[in-house]
Design a protein around this ligand. Sequence first.
Ligand SMILES: Nc1ncnc2c1ncn2[C@@H]1O[C@H](COP(=O)(O)OP(=O)(O)O)[C@@H](O)[C@H]1O
Ligand code: SF4
Ligand SMILES: [Mg+2]
Length: 387
Amino acid sequence: MTAPTHDRGDGAVASAETPVLQAVRMRKHFPVRGFRSKKVVHAVDDVDLELYRGRVVALVGESGSGKSTIARLLAQLMHVTDGQILLHGEDATTKSRAGFRRYVSKVQMIFQDPFASLNPVHTVRYTLTRSVKIHRGRLRGDELEKALDELLDRVNLRPTARYIDKFPHELSGGQRQRVAIARALAANPEVLLADEPISMLDVSIRLGILNLLRDLRDRLQIAILYITHDIASARYFADRTMVMYAGRVVESGDSESVTQDPKHPYTQLLVRSAPDPDDLDARARGARGEAPSLVTPPDGCRFNPRCPFATEMCRVELPPLFDVGVGRKAACWGYSERPGRPRLGSVLDAYGQRPPIDVNVVVRADADLAAAADAAATGTPGQEDLR
Ligand SMILES: Nc1ncnc2c1ncn2[C@@H]1O[C@H](COP(=O)(O)OP(=O)(O)O)[C@@H](O)[C@H]1O
Ligand code: SF4
Ligand SMILES: [Mg+2]
């Protein structure tokens, strides 16, 4: 396994190698339907992210923080509003169907919902054969059978004959997710974007799927983006962890440090609320404080309406990512040298005093998941925003 090798000096750990996949100042603003004015949802703003061979980066945050949008942007299922996606250091923006298919053969996505991401009318054989043929050419007969057998074997669906002719409804959630992973592996990808791959599965089988992904990381040296609600699983599984809040990265670093010694007040709250950040309110001693509207995000630090340490500076100016340790960053004015900076303390002691803020609910018109999953697996575009 090739690991990052040195501190770049600006707090970020640089690697001797180029990241397999990289996002630079990536941004996604969705137009809000039904508004005459040009209102947008600030789903993702200025996100930098690097994925290395044989390493896992976890992206953690509560619902609506922009995690899935990042995965879909990296899968190029939708266009970035701004910023760049680089594959092996080169601009990877796909401009044609053939380019999209080539990209998809290197960057595969696993969706949260294994019940919706496999087409219910097709057997495992059909689903895997389609991907094998698209990504590896026209295999036939024994060669094709061998490829299908290897795929099921790699995701531990054994004996493979028991699964190959099953329909999705004949499989458990964990088995379906394994088929979805096998479909992704049919492309021999260099990157897996796993969007909450275990959150809809029974707790008892989650670890099995994480261990499978870990095995793929180690044996196939795949770079993995692991999106999760659960910061505890990030510690278990990921080499690095990035914490999102309201569309922005607020903290990053090696997973052990971020989870054991969180620096950003939001991460501190998140660690305390694990495993379910959507349960923040209940756990933070009855404190309220909803996620902010992404149509009109708060000025300054987006966490300021919920943060007990916020000062005037926080309400006006957006904090950049400050160095807070080797390879660690946190976007909080508390780590600046500026006069009038906030004095950080125990976020949990103070949290109960914050008033709630209004949530502006944005109704989301999601694309059909099975179509999105098919496009992400095969590079065959389907519908709007999937080009
Ligand atoms: N296709 C879309 N159109 C409009 N808004 C969207 C769309 N997809 C996501 N959003 C909005 O972007 C924000 C981030 O969503 P998402 O990336 O799904 O967050 P997460 O995966 O962290 O729960 C949310 O406010 C969501 O409603
Ligand atoms: S102290 Fe200020 S900058 Fe830091 S998290 Fe709180 S509101 Fe944001
Ligand atoms: Mg999501």
